[in-house]
Design a protein around this ligand. Sequence first.
Ligand SMILES: CCCCCCC/C=C/C(=O)SCCNC(=O)CCNC(=O)[C@H](O)C(C)(C)COP(=O)(O)OP(=O)(O)OC[C@H]1O[C@@H](n2cnc3c(N)ncnc32)[C@H](O)[C@@H]1OP(=O)(O)O
Length: 295
Amino acid sequence: MFAALRQPLARASAAKPFARAFSAYSPVQNAVAPTKSPKLEYLLTETRGRVGLVTLHRPKALNALCNGLFVELNQVLKELDDNKEIGAIVITGSERAFAAGADIKEMKDRNFIENYAEDFLGHWTQIIKIRKPIIAAVNGFALGGGCELAMMCDIIYAGDKAVFGQPEIKLGTIPGAGGTQRLVKAVGKSKAMEMCLTGSVNLTAEEAERAGLVSKVLPADQVVDEAVKTAEKIANLSQPMVQMVKDAINQSFEIPLAAGLTFERRLFHSTFATRDQKEGMGAFAEKRKPNFTHN
Ligand SMILES: CCCCCCC/C=C/C(=O)SCCNC(=O)CCNC(=O)[C@H](O)C(C)(C)COP(=O)(O)OP(=O)(O)OC[C@H]1O[C@@H](n2cnc3c(N)ncnc32)[C@H](O)[C@@H]1OP(=O)(O)O
């Protein structure tokens, strides 16, 4: 059932940049990457305990999201998803920008036929296939594709100067990766309409938290550490249960309530077939800490 959790370990020790380790263990199975390089140009990566920390690193362009960045992001996220020593992932940017959107200069000359034939941006959304929880630690600008990338994560923590917006309409286009869909579910129709229709109404971190887009606002210099702390907490819980929670909550966006409740109930039933359920409830009854073994 949890094939990914049973895959051979990829080695990852604390604070070891796994970029360097790319050649040391099996490369990612084709993450729809047209090219694959052992060297990362747009990301910084490290592990902290059982957490994989991925930093978007394209400082001169405020982390504008180019194709090369997404090729790398897909590879790295797949590596982390397959790595049994990792239980959760944090994605962050710089203090100035999480990401200022898709790279406008890279896409400005594309045409409709190319976009349609190549399913432009199709592989930019692989992140939603990642089974482990992902926390976005957002500082500065999260605009356009940057806001959409944050919304593809499972939890968003924001620095107090973070700004969320969907300015695409001012460029003569519209959001292309969830700005008209996930944003509505996060902040409601009226606010999403105002943001996407004007392109200039942005949310501050506090507004985003009040609206439900963000779960916590923190001083900018604490966002990553707090996100890692939360990720570590999640990573030390029973991993099958963590996956089930993520699956079940994500289903709530896709299927009607009655079907969602049935799905949840069946997953709940199935947890009683695991050692971790016996361990968790047994530990409570015995007044001790549980020792989850992820099976
Ligand atoms: C997860 C999947 C994603 C799928 C994406 C789907 C479709 C998405 C479409 C988009 O996202 S369209 C882009 C939306 N974003 C924007 O419109 C924001 C554009 N940037 C700005 O408005 C400003 O840069 C800023 C964020 C308000 C900051 O202004 P500031 O004056 O502080 O800095 P700048 O001098 O403007 O920028 C520095 C440097 O960075 C380059 N840059 C910034 N944003 C982008 C971008 N989106 N694409 C390409 N380059 C960008 C900017 O050009 C500057 O570079 P130089 O000109 O100095 O070389």
